[in-house]
Design a protein around this ligand. Structure first.
Ligand code: SIN
Length: 324
């Protein structure tokens, strides 16, 4: 069923794009996505980092990691499979170099953290307390490229709850988003467990676990065998997840992501219930994509008559009565 003609917004001149990460207001609903541009330096020549809602940094762990063996990326139809394995310099280096670099430019940082145990997440949140320029934490409990599926806390509501509760206890003040996996039966129940544990919002979605076989070598294309699928191929799955989470908890903010390449794609996520979006895989082909998409989204909202981005959040749910 479509909204009645009267329920549709009327045309407006411009759209107020302000939104929130938890209680923190940000001027732009378009953020980068964790893992696609380290801490933002690679994108700096191509766009104004300060104009984005935030730079979401590559998931950081307590210690430096070299990641999984190569090859660890493979192109797929409308997508990309990666098994990076959380390569990164570790929290000391992030605090010493990357966060100050972002803060000096006036860019907002949403810091993504990852760990192999609940205590590691808590320690990371403690180390990051009060970090200059950090506006939010994204708690990555859904990386598919860890050594053991037992480390994918987002596949078990109780484990997800434990991580979020530990992070919340470690830093009671910072806006906290839990990043979820689509590889579960009921993503809304995992989201609810995260919110019960103390998350302010949900990041949806991380990549889907996938596989490519190289027909020349007759072996898996990635050294780690499986990897995380991203890009436009996963957009309908991501939208479905945002839709289900919003339907289950309308008051909880969602950072939507998964194959966004245009303002029209971003608009779909907003209409499904996201109050902000992350742009990831698109930057490999177009490093200006987050800035371009934020302009396209503003134009798309204005052309549909939305005076405020917030008026469009979840708009597609109007008059849809069935529960899914
Ligand atoms: C990786 O580093 O393997 C990807 C991280 C993620 O998907 O969470």
């Amino acid at each position: 069923m479509t909204p009645s003609a009267d329920a549709r917004p009327k045309a407006v001149m411009g759209t107020d794009m302000r939104t929130h990460l938890g209680a923190t207001q940000i001027p732009n609903p378009v953020l980068t996505a964790s893992g696609c541009a380290a801490a933002g330096r690679e994108l700096d020549p191509f766009l104004d980092l300060t104009a984005l809602g935030a730079v979401v940094t590559k998931s950081v762990q307590l210690r430096a990691r070299s990641g999984r063996a190569t090859p660890r990326m493979s192109e797929t139809p409308s997508g990309m499979l990666n098994s990076i394995g959380l390569q990164g310099p570790g929290i000391d280096e992030l605090l010493r170099t990357d966060l100050p670099w972002l803060a000096e430019r006036g860019a907002r940082a949403m810091v993504s953290i990852a760990g192999g145990a609940v205590e590691e997440y808590a320690e990371l949140a403690t180390r990051l307390r009060g970090a200059r320029g950090m506006v939010a934490l994204e708690v990555n409990i859904s990386c598919p490229n860890v050594e053991s599926r037992g480390e994918v806390f987002a596949c078990d509501p109780a484990a997800a709850w434990a991580v979020l509760a530990a992070v919340r206890a470690a830093d009671p003040g910072v806006p906290v988003y839990a990043k979820l996996s689509p590889d579960v039966t009921d993503i809304a129940s995992v989201a609810r467990a995260c919110v019960d544990g103390g998350a302010d919002g949900i990041s949806a979605i991380n990549t889907l676990l996938g596989l490519v076989i190289d027909t020349d070598t007759l072996r898996p294309a990635l050294a780690a065998v499986t990897g995380g699928l991203s890009g436009p191929a996963i957009r309908p799955v991501a939208l479905r997840c945002v839709w289900q989470i919003h339907r289950a908890m309308r008051e909880i903010p969602i950072l939507g992501m998964g194959g966004i390449t245009s303002g029209a794609d971003a608009l779909q996520f907003i209409l499904a219930g996201a109050s902000a979006v992350s742009v990831g895989t698109a930057v490999f082909g177009d490093p200006n994509a987050p800035e371009r998409i934020s302009h396209e989204l503003a134009n798309a909202l204005a052309s549909k008559g939305f005076a405020r981005l917030s008026d469009a959040v979840g708009f597609a749910h109007q008059s849809v009565d069935f529960p899914a």
